[in-house]
Design a protein around this ligand. Structure first.
Ligand code: SAH
Length: 257
C-alpha cells in the first residue's frame, strides 16, 4: 500500500514537473516587474550574496542577474527545474555568478546573517508567507532585503466562489494591509508594495501554457492523472479571468531591521 502511494505521488510529481518544464515561468510575473522590484534594492555590489527561493527554471533569476550585481544561488525542490536553470545560466554566460541547486526553502544551507538579498517570486506560499518571512530573516544581514510576490486580496470582501477556491488552495491569502503588517511584525521595514499587472498572468503565464497543454494531452491521452492536471490548470485560469478584480499577486519588498 505504502509503495503504491509513493508510486502515485511520484507519477504526479513527474507530471507536474514535466508540464511546467515546458514553459518559461512557473508562476505569474514578468521581466518588467522583476526589474521594477529590483529597482528598490540598493547597496548591492559584485560580492553580494543573493538567493532566489523556489526559483523554478530561473526565468526571473536571469533577469535579476542582468539587473543587479552579486552572486545568485537559485534553490528549487525539483531537480529537473534546476537542470534547466543551470542550462539557461550557461546559455546567457552567467554561470560564474548564477548557480542553481536542488533544495528546500524550509531547510536552507546558509549561515546566519550571510545574505544580502532573498528573492522569491510566486513561491513563498509553499512554506507560508509569515513562516517564510520569519524563518528566512536570520539568514539576512542587518539592512539586507527581502522581495517576494504573494497572492493577495484586493478588496475586504469577495464572492464566495473565489473565496472557497483560495481557501482550498492557499488559505493564507490575505489583504494587502494585512500582508504588509505581517512583514513588519516579522522584523522588516516595508520598502515597497505593488500589484503586478494582468499581463503577468495572461501573456507571461496562461498564454504560454495553452501550447504546453496541447502537447501534454497529446502525449498522455487517456491518462487520468495527466488529464486532471490540465483540467485543474484550465479551471485556475477560468477563476482568474472571472475574479481578477478581487485578487492577484503583489510584490512585497522589505528591509531587515
Ligand atoms: N519563481 C518561479 C517559480 C514559481 S512556482 C517563477 O516565478 O516562475 C513555485 C516553485 O516553488 C516551483 O518551481 C516549485 O518547484 C518550487 N517549490 C515548491 N516547494 C518548494 C520547497 N519546499 N523548496 C523550494 N522550492 C519549492
Amino acid at each position: 500500500m505504502s509503495n503504491q502511494t509513493i508510486t502515485i505521488h511520484d507519477f504526479e510529481f513527474q507530471l507536474i514537473c514535466e508540464y511546467f518544464s515546458q514553459v518559461e515561468r512557473q508562476g505569474p510575473g514578468s521581466p518588467e516587474m522583476t526589474i521594477k522590484a529590483a529597482s528598490f534594492i540598493d547597496n548591492m555590489n559584485p560580492d553580494s550574496k543573493i538567493v532566489d527561493l523556489g526559483c523554478g527554471t530561473g526565468g526571473q533569476t536571469m533577469i535579476l542577474a542582468q539587473n543587479l550585481p552579486g552572486n545568485i544561488t537559485g534553490i528549487d525542490l525539483f531537480p529537473k527545474f534546476i537542470d534547466i536553470f543551470n542550462n539557461n545560466s550557461k546559455q546567457l554566460a552567467l554561470e560564474e555568478r548564477v548557480k542553481g541547486v536542488t533544495g528546500s526553502m524550509d531547510n536552507l544551507p546558509f549561515k546566519e546573517e550571510e545574505l544580502d538579498l532573498i528573492w522569491s517570486e510566486g513561491a513563498i506560499y509553499n512554506i507560508g508567507f509569515e513562516r517564510g518571512l520569519k524563518e528566512w530573516r536570520k539568514y539576512l544581514k542587518k539592512g539586507g532585503y527581502i522581495a517576494v510576490s504573494e497572492a493577495s486580496w484586493f478588496t475586504p470582501d469577495r464572492p464566495s466562489e473565489i473565496e472557497a477556491f483560495w481557501m482550498n488552495s492557499y488559505d493564507q491569502i490575505d489583504t494587502i494591509p494585512n500582508k504588509v503588517m505581517q512583514m513588519q511584525s516579522a522584523g522588516y521595514v516595508p520598502v515597497a508594495t505593488f500589484i503586478i499587472p494582468e499581463n503577468c498572468w495572461t501573456d507571461h503565464f496562461y498564454v504560454p501554457q495553452s501550447e504546453a497543454q496541447r502537447k501534454f494531452l497529446e502525449k498522455y491521452r487517456g491518462e487520468r492523472k495527466a488529464e486532471m492536471l490540465i483540467e485543474e490548470m484550465i479551471f485556475e485560469e477560468k477563476m482568474y479571468n472571472t475574479y481578477k478584480e478581487f485578487y492577484g499577486y503583489v510584490f512585497y519588498i522589505g528591509k531587515r531591521i
